[in-house]
Design a protein around this ligand. Structure first.
Ligand code: TRP
Length: 365
């Protein structure tokens, strides 16, 4: 069997640069590497509803935004199956059986769940569905027999939890499910791109995101107001790199070619960093360099999005076709799971015949 990818995103907003360097860009490279037999990209609307039950409209409206972002970064529906989670009912059925293999205390110890409970002030009243989402995520991954899950660092506990469920299932019911591996970004700065304000993460509620669909002017404005080193007041002052968002972004995005193209006084990022820490290099110059790099990266994405926006009906067609394909694959795995658990009663002639025989014998006594 070849390698299979499954990954996805919650449709709670447009995708931003954090999603891009943390996962989207890699997905496109993996898609085009030809190394994978199948690739599934899921819009996780059902998961989004686990903490947005009172706001389904937000989820509903953002499905198309995420789909447009996917297609505009280069996810190609002829190579990758893009689908909507809620349209694959088999996933919820799988989750129902996996729930028996996980303890409440195990989910409580899941670091991602812990953080999210705090973040959402769920401490006193955690919705059961939200609490179970790591188990549902194990269904998403195993339903497609995924070997490889390219995600950001924050998802590591989910993949770990999935591996445990797989091991436990296979141990009880026989070798059925595939243990997935996480695939993290290889560049440390891409693991967790900070927000433009320097906070740990880009997040819509903090208003510190650069969106893939932002206009050229918006990107420039956001880069100009980015957090740097608050003690670097005069150009001549020595500057700090640590916690300096502009340099973190350069770590994530800049390549030597960018220097030749936009800032030929320097050969590479190290030279620029040395000058900054020595003093004599102003923030604005570094910011304008970053802006040039980001604009070059985002321009083709923005242009492709504009094209795609002209045919929204066709984007929904792509999602429908993907969901049909996904459903067939998940149904196949679900059938395997039910066979392994021996809850496939109607195709189990042995069971039916054996019980018929037992009752026939009873009747003859
Ligand atoms: N939890 C992921 C997120 O917050 C979305 C997701 C749902 C996912 N199911 C998945 C990611 C399965 C990878 C694999 O973005």
């Amino acid at each position: 069997m070849g390698k299979i990818i499954l990954t996805g995103d919650r449709p709670t907003g447009k995708l931003h640069l954090g999603h891009y360097v943390g996962s989207l860009k890699r997905r496109v490279e993996l898609q085009n590497s030809g190394e994978f037999e199948k690739i599934f990209i899921m819009i996780a609307d059902a998961q989004a509803l686990t903490d947005n039950a009172d706001n389904p409209e937000k989820v509903r409206q953002n499905i198309i935004e995420v789909a447009l972002d996917y297609l505009s970064v280069g996810i190609d529906p002829t190579k990758s199956t893009i689908f909507i989670q809620s349209q694959v009912a088999e996933l919820t059925e799988l989750a129902f059986y996996y729930m028996n293999l996980v303890t409440v205390s195990r989910v409580q110890r899941n670091p991602t769940v812990k953080t999210e409970i705090k973040l959402r002030n769920f401490e006193a009243n955690i919705p059961v569905g939200f609490f179970c989402y790591p188990i549902s995520q194990a269904s998403d991954i195993t339903a497609f027999r995924a070997t490889t899950v390219p995600v950001g660092e924050d998802q590591a506990p989910m993949i770990e939890q999935t591996r445990e469920i797989v091991a436990r299932f296979n141990n009880i019911y026989g070798e059925t499910l595939v243990e997935p591996n996480i695939l993290l970004p290889d560049n440390a700065a891409c693991l967790r791109l900070p927000g433009t304000d320097g906070k740990a993460k880009m997040s819509k509620s903090l208003g510190n995101c650069i969106y893939l669909s932002d206009s050229e002017a918006d990107v420039q404005k956001k880069v100009k107001s980015m957090f740097t080193d608050p003690t670097h007041l005069k150009v001549s002052d020595p500057g700090k790199l640590e916690g300096n968002t502009v340099f973190t972004y350069l770590d994530a995005f800049s390549r030597d070619e960018h220097f030749a193209e936009f800032l030929p006084e320097y050969k590479c990022l190290q030279e620029l960093k040395d000058h900054y820490t020595r003093g004599g290099l102003g923030d604005m110059k570094v910011k304008m360099f970053l802006n040039s790099i980001l604009q070059e990266e985002l321009r083709p994405i923005r242009e492709r999005r504009k094209e795609l926006e002209k045919d929204i009906v066709d984007v929904y067609r792509i999602l429908k076709e993907g969901s049909d394909v996904a459903r067939a694959v998940a149904a196949d795995t679900l059938a395997d799971v039910k066979r392994a658990m021996k809850i496939n009663y109607f195709e189990d002639q042995e069971l039916i015949q054996e019980q018929a025989k037992r009752y026939a014998e009873l009747a003859n006594q």
